[in-house]
Ligand binder design. Structure first.
Ligand code: BJ8
Length: 425
């Protein structure tokens, strides 16, 4: 990161602390990812991007900043990135997945809230995240209690807007939600100093639709053959995590290249595991980088992860925005609204469509078991697990629930439980 020190200075970062963070991150990355065997050749691009996550990519974003293009940091897949891309700007995820920043967050926030929020907030306190530092503003949302109250505190440190995401999906909520999307668009238009045109918005949607198509194809290829898994769960998770940071057009091209290779691997029968390896679907809360803990445990304990039913996973890319027959900006916003309302986050009540979807995916992907993963103190996913697990048991689907945070303390205990689960299926 020496090369980028001037940028870090411009972004008012704590350079010493940041370099501590990066050494820990690179060590972890190399221990977890580079020790895997038989990785596809085209995963190298994603390794490179990860190595440049606070380097080359930030240099690129500085160019956006110099041209006064909006840079927006978000914490949730409800924020319509298409609008930022339409304006020529960049939208990226800020969700924190690291223990590193949590002690600094706990000076201001309670200890017993979700680690994802504490980690992200801690990065702002520490001034160690260039994505946070460079953003014009952060866009939060009202999905869960801890998040929406944290935005009030975060706003004292960095400009933070809040999108009001309703918790039900009726007509009244739809009207409110529509207004929130227009308000988001206004905020972006204020930065660029003009209204977005129909063509610009359409282009923004097309770019993100293509990114989702690329991820859908990867999701399909990694799980389509019951006896051949051409890429590890860890590597697939890495690609999905990077989708929240990279340039979307370059990213899609690289994922399509990777997918071409995976197709060839399937044709040649090249798998990263033995054909009788238990196939695990992971469902629940998002795994923000560098939260690779559960996947690493499963895949070093004799299982393979074939899907993530999570926001850094299938929930993020499952639906595209239908552009068929759209003729105006209003038409596009309406289609956008319809698409975003399909997200089945546990912050909604009721949220039964999620359960039906999980069962359908389990059958289609010929999985052998499900791990319900919830971050500690995530009340929405934690409480919802009761209904989900009851239904899975009715359907005779093996399920294990894991609740965890980012510390390394429970790795041994999780490993023992995963081991017993894999043996039982
Ligand atoms: S759409 S899952 S990204 S809200 S894990 S912070 S819910 S206490 S991240 Fe999420 Fe949007 Fe929903 Fe997806 Fe709160 Fe739970 Fe923490 Fe969470």
């Amino acid at each position: 990161s020496e090369k980028y020190v001037d940028i870090y200075k411009k972004l008012d970062m704590d350079i010493e602390k940041h370099s501590e963070l990066m050494s820990a991150l690179f060590q972890l990355f190399s221990d977890v990812f580079l020790t895997q065997k038989n990785r596809p050749e085209n995963i190298k691009y994603f390794d490179w991007l990860m190595s440049e996550i606070h380097g080359k990519r930030i240099e690129e974003l500085m160019e956006f900043k110099d041209k006064n293009k909006p840079l927006v940091g978000t914490f949730c897949i409800f924020i319509p990135e298409e609008i930022v891309v339409a304006s020529g700007g960049a939208c990226y995820g800020l969700c924190g997945g690291a223990q590193f920043s949590i002690p600094d967050a706990e000076r201001d926030l309670p200890r017993n809230i979700c680690p994802l929020i504490k980690s992200a907030y801690g990065f702002k306190v520490q001034r160690t995240c260039p994505y946070t530092q460079i953003s014009n503003f952060i866009y939060g949302e009202t999905t869960c209690e801890a998040k929406k109250k944290t935005w009030e505190i975060l706003n004292d440190l960095h400009p933070t807007h809040v999108m009001h995401i309703p918790h039900m999906k009726g007509k009244r909520e739809k009207d409110l939600w529509r207004e929130e999307i227009y308000e988001f668009k206004n905020h972006i238009e204020e930065i660029v100093g003009k209204e977005l045109t129909f063509e610009e918005l359409k282009k923004g949607v097309e770019i993100i639709n293509k990114k989702r198509e690329a991820l859908q194809r990867l999701d399909y290829l990694r799980s389509t053959k019951p006896d051949i898994v051409p890429i590890s769960g860890l590597d697939s998770l890495l690609v999905t995590q990077i989708s929240f940071y990279d340039d979307p057009e370059r990213f899609s091209d690289k994922v399509f290249e990777l997918c071409d290779e995976l197709e060839e691997r399937i044709d040649k029968g090249i798998s990263v595991c033995e054909s009788d390896t238990p196939r695990i679907m992971v469902i629940g809360t998002p795994m923000a980088p560098p939260n690779w803990k559960l996947h690493q445990v499963v895949e070093t304990t004799g299982g393979i992860v074939i899907n993530e039913e999570a926001c850094i996973g299938h929930r993020y890319f499952k639906d595209n925005i239908d552009l068929d027959g759209v003729e105006s900006v209003e038409d596009i916003i309406e289609r956008m609204l319809e698409r975003y309302m399909k997200i089945d986050c546990a912050c909604f009540t009721p949220n039964d469509e999620r359960i039906d979807k999980i069962i359908k995916m389990y059958r289609e992907k010929k999985a052998d078991g499900i791990i319900y993963y919830t971050l500690s103190f995530c009340h929405t996913y934690n409480v919802e697990s009761k209904k989900v697990i009851d239904r899975l048991k009715e359907e005779k689907i093996p399920v294990l629930k894991i609740e965890s945070d980012y510390s390394a303390e429970d790795v041994g205990q999780i490993k023992t439980r995963v081991e017993a689960f894999l043996e039982s299926i």
